[in-house]
Design a protein around this ligand. Structure first.
Ligand SMILES: O=C(O)c1ccccc1N[C@@H]1O[C@H](COP(=O)(O)O)[C@@H](O)[C@H]1O
Length: 229
């Protein structure tokens, strides 16, 4: 059995990044869009990553939301990102044009609502992954609020049809993650749920890891064809 992929996002300091690097997460995320309370500067992130040395077993994800290609490129000049997560209202055509310009894998984040499944289909062959987050009026992401996870299986099935991973995000905590695991997500993405007083908390990280990786299962490889178990 493989465990879900794990992403720890919204790292805001050297200590946060170190905790994420030393964790069992497969992906470590930084928020570069200005539309967040977790926004970090590319130069800071470049410094933290350099100080931590080669990060061989994790992929670095940069989160943007309706940001210009110039902005994305300026971050890429500083930070050795492996993936870009687009968390705004970027259309399939905009995603395609960003992809042509940066030649990095792109994950499209979208908010859970009646149209999400249909929207996922519109991005087929244009993205290398999906993040499904909670829809909260006036906010883009990192809300700490979860959505109705009964839709998770249909999102995972669509992702499998597209041969890409799909992460569930929004309000996942050590308290509720066991319930989410019953819906068998391919990936789990957390920011708020591993924070205490705006800092990443190693105890909360460990609690999440116990639930997700407890029995030592290996994470599904993103490179291999995603199976919906
Ligand atoms: O974390 C943020 O502040 C943020 C801001 C703007 C866009 C995306 C953001 N984070 C993404 O939100 C989820 C985590 O949500 P939660 O805090 O666990 O509820 C994850 O996809 C982050 O990449």
């Amino acid at each position: 059995m493989t465990r879900p992929l794990l992403k720890f996002c919204g790292n805001q300091s050297f200590e946060d990044t170190q905790a994420a690097v030393e964790s069992q997460a497969d992906f470590i995320g930084f928020i570069f869009t200005d539309k967040s309370k977790r926004t970090v500067k590319p130069k800071q992130v470049a410094d933290w990553v350099k100080r931590l040395g080669p990060i061989i077993d994790k992929k670095l994800v940069g989160v943007f939301a309706d940001d210009s290609l110039e902005k994305i490129n300026s971050v890429l000049q500083e930070v050795p990102l492996n993936l870009i997560q687009l968390h705004g209202q970027e259309s399939p055509e905009q995603v395609a044009s960003i992809k042509r310009a940066i030649s990095l894998p792109i994950w499209k984040a979208m908010h859970h609502d009646k149209m999400t499944l249909c929207k996922m289909r519109c991005y087929r062959n244009r993205v290398e992954g999906f993040v499904i987050d909670t829809k909260v009026k006036g906010q883009i992401g990192g809300t700490g609020i979860s959505f109705d996870w009964s839709s998770v299986p249909e999102y995972m099935r669509e992702a499998v049809r597209q041969h890409v991973p799909c992460f569930v995000a929004g309000g996942i905590t050590a308290e509720n993650i066991s319930k989410l695991l019953r819906f068998r997500p391919i990936g789990i993405d957390l920011a708020s749920g591993i924070e205490r007083a705006h800092h990443k908390d190693r105890r909360l990280i460990r609690k999440i890891e116990e639930k997700v990786c407890g029995n030592g299962d290996k994470a599904a490889s993103v490179g291999e064809k995603v199976q919906y178990r």
